[in-house]
Design a protein around this ligand. Structure first.
Ligand SMILES: C[S@@+](CC[C@H](N)C(=O)[O-])C[C@H]1O[C@@H](n2cnc3c(N)ncnc32)[C@H](O)[C@@H]1O
Length: 295
């Protein structure tokens, strides 16, 4: 399970099941408007399932980090290695120094280091847009030699066939082209109507529903992760049935947050499939039953 950096909300564990639904071919462009750590694109690229990729995230420093992963992987690993070794005498104080520096100049290697040390891989931003997540002081972050292997593999898989942008998702329908298949994983609705400290930018549910209706009218083939449930806690009501999306639930594993609190709770995530993509599926022998994974 290759990931470039730890990231809260990463779809790395369920990426294979999501990819199955995307019906990719070597002529497709896989588009991720809310990429984060782009688990689905990374997995698809390693397995060479699409012809090209488009990684977009409105968080510009994150999109810039992606550009460096693709274009200057050796420099990134070298800079990370220097930071990783330099932290040893005072890991906590060093993290805060780098966090302050990142909030001043948005250097990609600094963000990469912060992501590797941040508690639960969770990015958190204050109302000024400053990264303010604390460090996990039990760990020093992934060792440089392991990072070097991961970044090299991911960079090789995506380089030369990927565009990187940092635009708002609402600007993306105007850039839709035939041959694209979209995978969308926006911040979940339970926290998206107010400022969401988990991410630098967010999504308003009512606007997002209009955006989905436009995509459906345009016959954009897409798969969307939008709500879910951990134990008895649900993340918002399902999307309106008038949109005509096909909804299914995926078992996504045990909740690590609950496990840390001594509880066993299971997480399920909803996947919505656009009518256009569903129409393509019904032409194949694939059945939706396969989507129901059991614990
Ligand atoms: C749930 S995370 C995506 C996680 C991703 N699937 C992964 O595997 O790591 C949602 C992402 O949407 C981005 N985002 C939030 N609001 C956005 C907007 N208005 N336009 C584009 N991206 C946005 C956030 O910066 C965040 O990285």
């Amino acid at each position: 399970m290759l990931q470039p950096f730890q990231y809260q909300g990463s779809k790395r564990l369920i990426a294979p099941v999501i990819i199955q639904r995307l019906q990719l071919s070597r002529d497709s462009e896989l588009v991720e408007p809310f990429a984060g750590s782009a688990a689905v694109s990374v997995r698809a690229a390693i397995d060479r399932l699409a012809g090209c990729y488009w990684i977009n995230d409105k968080n510009k420093p994150l999109a810039d980090l992606w550009r460096v992963i693709l274009e200057e992987p050796n420099r990134l690993v070298q800079d990370y290695s220097e930071l990783w070794h330099a932290q040893k005498s005072d890991p906590q104080g060093f993290y805060i120094t780098i966090r302050n520096r990142f909030n001043e100049d948005h250097n990609s290697a600094d963000l990469f280091y912060l992501l590797s040390r941040a508690v639960k891989g969770a990015v958190r931003y204050n109302s000024m847009g400053h990264f303010n997540q604390s460090s996990d002081n039990r760990r020093l972050g992934t060792q440089p030699h392991i990072v070097a292997k991961r970044i090299s593999a991911i960079s090789n898989a995506l380089r030369g066939r990927t565009r990187i942008t940092a635009i708002d998702y609402r600007a993306m329908p105007a850039l839709y082209e035939k041959g694209q298949v979209w995978y969308m994983d926006p911040p979940y609705q339970g926290v998206s109507s107010t400022r969401d400290s988990r991410y630098a930018c967010t999504v308003v549910r009512s606007e997002f529903e209009c955006f989905l209706a436009d995509l459906i009218d345009m016959r954009v083939p897409f798969v969307l992760s939008y709500d879910g449930q951990t134990g008895t806690k649900t993340y918002g009501p399902p999307l309106p049935s008038e949109l005509g999306l096909h909804r299914m639930e995926l078992y996504a594993g045990r909740s690590t947050a609950a496990t840390l609190l001594g509880r066993t709770e299971h997480t399920t995530e909803s996947l919505y499939i656009s009518p256009h993509l569903l129409g393509r599926m019904s032409c194949t022998k694939d059945t939706t039953k396969q989507l129901l994974l059991s614990p």
